[in-house]
Design a protein around this ligand. Structure first.
Ligand code: N01
Length: 554
């Protein structure tokens, strides 16, 4: 059953701990801090050579966060949030990585983080009620608790294009960018993909490259970031208001502080009123401004079309060449049914003489050749190819690990028709295994840091509750997860998400089941549900006592 040869397993070192956490990004680091504080001997296993997760790997030019910095930051430590100085509304990757490095040092986390340690398997031993976690180089860890803090967007996807290995120049995936950076000066560069990663990197690459060719299969909706430096007075005001801001975000829909959901319908507004409301949302420069401008943007396709028309109008204003502008106008799916992108100069980049857009929606890329990208029989020569082609989202990083629960059942098999979880936190048959921001939780539809903190606190609370009562295993019931999956599906069915081929649905990965994975009911409602489950003694979970109490606790 193991993917590791028996011989190498015998030779490997085995370390006994209370808890193993996989991943040292925002989730894994906070969880280590919490579990260590609760007295658990905890280790974090991290594939990268540094901490930071998403912000360690995604070093491509132009990478920056799309949620405002004062929201996209830990709230668990008053000292941390008071001492850290964000410089911009939407900080770039180096600043985010500095923040996470600071957190690792400030809370003395590094001594329990094993870098360069990729986890390959996690198997549950039912008799011992312990997980065995195996790593690529053969080390083994045994632990009562195992938490997958592996990230929603961490399994990078290369496209299935013929000849991908035959290109003789350099090629890079945005999510696996070299630490030393890439110099595009004087180079002919091809970028494949126009999601968030493409939209952020294209303007920066265009400034350096001799010639940039962008291959677009689907145009994305992008709204302006209006990024800027934060003023000293503004930072001080935010810091003074943190209790109020954090309280609001925890009870909100998307976990951000400056957004209020409109109460009226797009369809009841006059054309002038709509224009004014949309223009205000556009000027605010936030990811959620247009989508929350009216209450029915995500529930009514006609209402949604009004927003989409507004954005298309803006694209036509920004792009000089009318044919290029039309190609850049997204069509065929609702606004925000795919993740909206934040634009820092993307559309304006197509007004540069060295930038060319190739539409591959009807004529897909034939193949990669030794010298470039071949479309419709024409070879577009390039010295460098950048794949901004996304991720096997939400389940990819879990499927990459051979996870086996009770009776040796594999998580990959259990989820072969789509992920099944209770609250996105656990899956029945996998006792003591938790996911942070797992499928079935708000995660990618929300401010990730806020959702991560909520999950970490819930998991730490659950483990603490179990330990106080000599509980040796905690496991979601099949009924509880069925009820939750039904609720997740009902909520998303009332929204327009299924009308787009997005990574939310796994539609970007050939063969992946088409299931809407995140929970769209909002972080406030979700938190209430999690809190009430905990308050009822972990209703929907079976808590099994240890040898002294070999019965179900509760
Ligand atoms: O990935 P994507 P991403 N031929 O899947 C195209 C977060 N993020 O890395 O749409 C040609 O969105 C594909 O085309 P199509 C954020 O949540 C956040 O950009 O499948 N094209 C698409 O255009 C985001 O949503 C930030 O038709 C091919 C692109 O590749 C998520 O990560 C920054 C192709 C992939 O876009 C993923 O974003 C970056 C092919 N064979 C990322 N195969 C922030 O701002 C794929 N494509 C914080």
């Amino acid at each position: 059953m193991s993917e590791m040869p028996a011989g190498s397993r015998e030779a490997a070192a085995v370390t006994q701990v209370d808890a193993v956490i996989v991943g040292a990004g925002f989730s894994g680091m906070y969880l280590l801090h919490k579990l260590r504080g609760a007295g658990l001997n905890t280790v974090v296993l991290e594939a990268g050579d540094g901490v930071g997760g998403t912000w360690y790997w995604n070093r491509y030019p132009g990478a920056r966060v799309d949620v405002e910095s004062f929201d996209y930051s830990y709230s668990f430590s008053e000292e941390l949030q008071q001492e850290w100085e964000w410089t911009e509304r939407y900080p770039a990757q180096p600043e985010l990585l500095r923040y996470l490095d600071h957190v690792a040092d400030r809370f003395d986390l590094r001594r329990d983080i094993r870098l360069g340690t990729r986890v390959t398997a996690a198997h549950y031993d039912e008799a011992a009620a312990r997980w065995t976690v195996r790593c690529e180089r053969g080390e083994e860890y045994r632990a009562t608790w195992c938490v997958m803090a592996t990230g929603c967007l961490s399994s990078a996807q290369l496209p299935a294009i013929d000849g991908i290995g035959s290109f003789s120049g350099d090629s890079y995936h945005t999510a696996n960018w070299p630490v030393e950076g890439v110099d595009f000066t004087g180079k002919r560069v091809a970028v494949i993909g126009t999601g968030s990663s493409g939209i952020q990197s294209i303007p920066v690459i265009a400034e350096q490259a001799a010639r940039l060719t962008v291959f677009q299969r689907t145009a994305s909706f992008a709204v302006p970031a209006h990024n800027r430096a934060l003023e000293p007075g503004e930072v001080e005001e935010i810091k003074n208001r943190y209790p109020e801001l954090r309280d609001h975000t925890r009870r909100s829909m998307a976990g951000v502080s400056r957004v209020r959901i409109g109460r009226s319908s797009v369809l009841e507004a006059t054309a002038d009123e709509r224009q004014e409301v949309f223009a205000r949302a556009w000027a605010a420069g936030t990811l959620f401004g247009l989508v929350t401008s009216y209450r029915d943007v995500m529930t009514d396709r006609v209402a949604n079309d009004r927003v989409a028309d507004f954005v298309r109008g803006k694209i036509r204003e920004m792009v000089d060449d009318p044919d290029t502008a039309e190609l850049l106008c997204p069509r065929g799916f609702p606004f925000a049914a795919k993740r909206v992108c934040l634009d820092s100069g993307y559309y304006a980049t197509f007004n540069r003489g060295n930038v060319h857009l190739i539409d591959v929606s009807e004529n897909p890329i034939d193949r990669l050749s030794e010298h470039g990208v071949v479309v419709n029989g024409t070879e577009h020569e390039a010295d460098v190819i950048v794949f901004a082609t996304g991720f096997d989202a939400m389940t990819g990083s879990l499927a990459a690990i051979d996870i086996r629960g009770r009776n040796g059942r594999s998580l990959r098999d259990k989820w072969s028709a789509g992920p099944i979880t209770c609250l996105g936190l656990q899956s029945a048959g996998f006792p003591n295994l938790f996911f942070v921001a797992g499928p079935g939780s708000p995660s990618v539809l929300s401010n990730m840091v806020l959702s991560i903190e909520q999950h970490v606190e819930w998991i730490a609370g659950c483990i603490g509750y179990a330990r106080e009562r000599d509980v040796i295993s905690v496991e979601a019931t099949g009924q509880a997860e069925q009820d939750w999956v039904r609720h997740v599906n009902e909520v998303s069915a009332a929204l327009l998400y299924s009308e787009a081929n997005s990574w939310y649905l796994g539609a970007n990965v050939p063969g992946k089941p088409r299931v809407f994975m995140p929970y769209a009911g909002g972080v406030g409602a979700y938190r209430k549900r999690c809190d009430s489950v905990a308050a009822a003694g972990y209703e929907g979970f079976v808590l099994t006592g240890g040898p002294a109490r070999s019965h179900q606790v509760r």
